[in-house]
Design a protein around this ligand. Structure first.
Ligand code: HEM
Length: 372
């Protein structure tokens, strides 16, 4: 029944030990919304999020205290549940900084629409958005309650564009957590940026605000909905699956040898195959900092399963969430992955990029500094 502090220099939900459940929502401002609506919405969202992350109802009146003659302020489904480590993290899409709200001069220079990549099969219905909210919690109802109530508060000012429910974290931000597995059955998050990696966080995750002061201590989020072709993958020989990832399936050790957290050695030659022990097309080789000018990402993705398609195959995959001090880190790594053997078994179907403003001061609002 952990309470994660809402206020601080960085928003919660980035280095916070990854909770089991996610509900993510992307919003568009309504066509009639003006600058004051954006400002008031962010203030209202901040107050409500601060309350809910403490395990409280969305207002003091809450679900039952407002009398019988109006709809309750709080929708009520989290009554009796505690905070369950709820974090609510807010972000701003590139379109927030177009001509509508007079915010063009506040746009971080790093915040550009992502270019298209090899194998992209993006759909509008899973992409883009003016604003986003990432709610993570150890209980799915707590995460859903947060997004549902924040959507209600937005009524008339912003509306949901798309949402994503995620169960089962696929990464970790602390070595106190065991490395979880993705739907291909491999450990995911072994080589992540951890919450204790202070130097890497400064270098690769937190913005220094040199371009936009309101971003100092903030970050950038790339969200990709990646469908995984589970049935095809499940027919692949174990040896081939391991060659595609570059790690063994049982322990998650690099194919060059050692244990899970041993550094990979890309020069080791396989005595059986004759070629490199970690193949040139292995996902882990191509995503590694050595191939990407040292670039790293803090990955915080979730598994999703959304029923079956007409052929009875699972609609399932990875909702990939990665934080960096610039979206460029994702762009560079994703370009390297053009020759990734994994591409045969995955399809990127959704995409969005958001600036994640700095942490919120007690009494302040998310995005303070945007309007001043
Ligand atoms: C590593 C799976 C997509 C970036 C890994 C690992 C697995 C994995 C099993 C090895 C364990 C680990 O260190 O976490 C997947 C799957 C994907 C996917 C199943 C799609 C469904 C992506 C994408 C990116 C990415 C789109 C970024 C553009 C990375 C990075 C590493 C990694 C940076 C760590 C490399 C290292 O430093 O060793 N991934 N991944 N992955 N992946 Fe992915």
């Amino acid at each position: 029944d952990r309470v994660v502090p809402f206020h601080g220099p960085h928003q919660a939900g980035i280095t916070t030990p990854v909770q089991q459940h996610l509900y993510f929502a992307s919003f568009d401002l309504t066509s009639t919304a003006d600058r004051d609506d954006v400002r008031s919405l962010l203030a209202d969202w901040t107050d409500a999020a601060a309350r809910m992350t403490r395990g409280e109802e969305v207002t003091a009146e809450g679900a039952t205290g407002g009398g019988p003659y109006k709809p309750p302020d709080d929708t009520g489904e989290a009554l009796g549940l505690s905070a369950h480590a709820l974090t609510v993290t807010f972000g701003f899409g590139p379109s927030l900084f177009d001509d509508r709200f007079g915010l063009a001069d506040r746009r971080p220079r790093e915040l550009v629409e992502l270019p298209s990549f090899a194998f992209d099969l993006l759909e509008d219905r899973y992409s883009g958005g003016d604003l986003c909210i990432q709610a993570c919690a150890e209980d799915p109802q707590v995460a859903v309650h947060a997004i549902r109530n924040l959507s209600r508060i937005a009524f008339g000012r912003a509306q949901v564009r798309w949402t994503q429910l995620g169960y089962g974290r696929t990464s970790t931000t602390t070595k106190a957590q065991a490395t979880p597995r993705n739907l291909f059955g491999f450990k995911d998050g072994t080589a992540n940026v951890f919450g204790t990696d202070t130097a890497d966080l400064e270098r690769w995750v937190w913005s220094d605000g040199s371009d936009q002061p309101w971003m100092a201590g903030g970050s950038f989020l790339v969200a990709r909905k990646i469908a995984m072709l589970i049935e095809s993958w499940d027919r692949v020989r174990l040896e081939e699956q391991e060659a595609i990832i570059g790690r063994d399936k049982g322990e998650g050790a690099p194919l060059s040898g050692g244990r899970e957290f041993t550094d990979p050695d890309f020069d080791v030659v396989s005595t059986q195959a004759g070629g490199p022990a970690i193949p040139m097309t292995a996902h882990m080789r191509l995503a590694h900092p050595d191939q990407n000018g040292g670039a790293r990402l803090l990955r915080r993705g979730y598994n999703y399963v959304e029923g079956n398609n007409d052929l009875g195959q699972l609609n399932a995959g990875l909702f990939f969430l990665a934080y960096g001090r610039s979206p460029q880190q994702f762009i560079d790594i994703q370009r390297s992955l053009a020759t990734d053997a994994l591409n045969e078994y995955i399809r990127h179907i959704g995409s969005a990029v958001f600036a994640i403003p700095r942490g919120i001061r007690p009494g302040g609002s998310v995005g303070d500094g945007l309007f001043g």
